[in-house]
Ligand binder design. Sequence first.
Ligand code: ATP
Length: 740
Amino acid sequence: MARRDERGAGIDPGGHGGAGCAGKRHGVGRAHPAAHLPVAARTPGQSPMTAPLPVLIERLAHERGADLPPDWMGLPPDPAALAGEDGLAILAENAGWEAPRRLSGRLRANRFPLLAYAPDDGWLVAEQMEGHARLRVWDGTARTIAMDPSISLYDVELPEAAAARTHSSAFDVFWRAMLARKDVLVAATVATVVANVITLATSLYSMQIYDRVIPRSGYSTLWVLTVGVIVALMIDFALRTTRALMIERESARIDQDVSEYFFARAQAVRLDARTGGVGTMAAQLRGLEQVRALMSSGSLFLLADLPFALFFVLVIFGLGGVLALVPLISLPIALGVAFGLARMIRKDTDRAQISSNLKNGLLVESIDAAETIKANRGGWQLLSRWNRLVEEIHTSEDPVKRWTSTAGSIFSTLQQVAYVALIAFGAIEVTHGKMTMGALIACAIIAGRVNGPLVTQLPSFIVQWGYSRSSLRMLDNILSLPADEDPEVQGLRPGALGGSLRLEGVRFSYPGAREGIDVPGLEVREGERVAIVGGIGSGKTTLLRLLAGLYRAQAGRVMLGSLDAAQIAPDILRQHIGYLAQDYRLVNGTLRENLLLGLSNPGDDAVMKAVTQTGLIQLVSSHPRGLDLPIFEGGRGLSGGQRTLVGLTRLLLARPPVLLLDEPTANLDDQVEGQALGAIASQLAPSNTLIVVTHKLRLLSLVNRVIVMANGKIVLDGPTADVVKALQAPPPRPKVEASA
Ligand SMILES: Nc1ncnc2c1ncn2[C@@H]1O[C@H](COP(=O)(O)OP(=O)(O)OP(=O)(O)O)[C@@H](O)[C@H]1O
């Protein structure tokens, strides 16, 4: 079929091609995950410009504002296999995504962008309908094509960045995760209801035995009833087992969803907004396990068992009339006691939870800072803090335990009193001929079912609820901390970002600090090489973090090119600005994983080249596992200098257009320093911007401008030679006035 293309003049494919394209424009962008793929095999008549499917998916992600991880594709599949219509399914399976859905019927505008497969053109991004008969597409070039029935449209569920979802509260996170599985929850509730109804069978069985079988020696009835009740009990067993398995499986999935969200959200908390300690925050996050456990078991208790108690009261009313008064009185008393208990332990569970989080924080700190603590004999100090916290926890938990066991005793006494009352009332009713003996026994069994869950589950449910409430509050606190990206606002993903940085009226201070950074104006042009120097604590690192977009200024703004850095999507910003921290931390894994953190794998040749350039090769070649040498938790396994070299090598591989280095050579000896700096310098393109914080004069050879900071302010700024001269000049002598 001949199709007339209207190619969009002036639409630059690279301009919309995502961060990879942005980087390429500067000549230093990160390797595009799909860049190494050859253009998919084309059939005659197709444009040679068309982009391969992975590039189209990245474009789709870009248009939907989604951030695909660098290695989203897994092992790249055979490009030829991706050219056909089943290519999308192959790719989705490879990436571990849900199978793409083929859409049919008239599509609403809000469903776009989608992916389209046209027999003549292969894969395309379908951006929008143009009128009723044409489709605006992109396959390296923007154009419109006639929409005919041979074109299939596909929706692919791109993995949503977990932290990007918005939730009003921690409870909402759990609630929505549960609602997403409401089918299972409903099935489990139905199973509970059916199992409870079957329980009725045993009580009615007893009734029939006492009323019909025993008085009349009706053995045939006995057998029929016995077989019937055994079948019912087997169904009950099957239902309860299935329910337990279903809940286990779903709890694991809910846990996965919820913990993924909180982990990603905690990671997304802006660095300047993190106030608590690492261990304390980790303990706060762990509280989600408590909430999840309560929600999966407690929801069935609330949804099925508790309402069913009321149903049982109705059954008792049907069998024994006024006898129903007994559970009708005992049930509200039990619920009242439960409510009172929940109120009574509220403050204590809160306090116990806080102390327990602090205890966890202390534990993490004592392990992390073991060297300092040992060397300075600080062990006793930490031990006394530890003991104090353990005491505090016990002091808070004691009343919880006391009240819980008291409530347990109250519930069990209540159950027995209710039983005695029921039998006593029942005996009167039986002697007055108002009910049969069998009905009384059935009522006694059913009343046990009303009070049973209360005695066995309610006390622990209330304590769990107390702790879960505190956990939810702490999780709410984490959610209230500002994130790198406002989930309500879609960050800018420009195709090209300039290399210039500008601070306009920036003011920043740490929480509780009187003074901070105050920079009314600073401009670093694209391609400039700048050093920031100054005394200890003068604000150099803080300024660099503000420039990197890791901190958000309380006043003023940081501009990257012509855009406010706060408005740029964090992943795009991080790809564009390479930041090397003063104390570069490694993460648990291998050296290779650390070198490629957040990058797509450019292949071992490129990694080895970078490793050789910075001098890290010595470490790699001397270790039997080479690039796979293990890095332990907390980044242990390498020396301080080696860690810095890993950071520098990673930057060489990332090739960001803007480099911000915080004392990059503080841990390096002269020879390695020269080699590493040489590697960085040789890779800098004229348009690349470099800002380096340093105490070392040697590094000034890399730059042509020096900024001097003191007390959070810029006190000198100019060409390197001028600033060095000004710094070396002796301070002016105070004028001595001639005495008369
Ligand atoms: N996380 C933080 N919380 C509170 N105050 C901080 C924090 N980090 C730094 N400060 C304070 O901010 C000021 C500037 O610190 P910054 O790390 O920017 O200085 P610097 O010039 O880089 O120092 P150095 O040369 O020692 O690395 C210091 O007074 C420091 O005490």
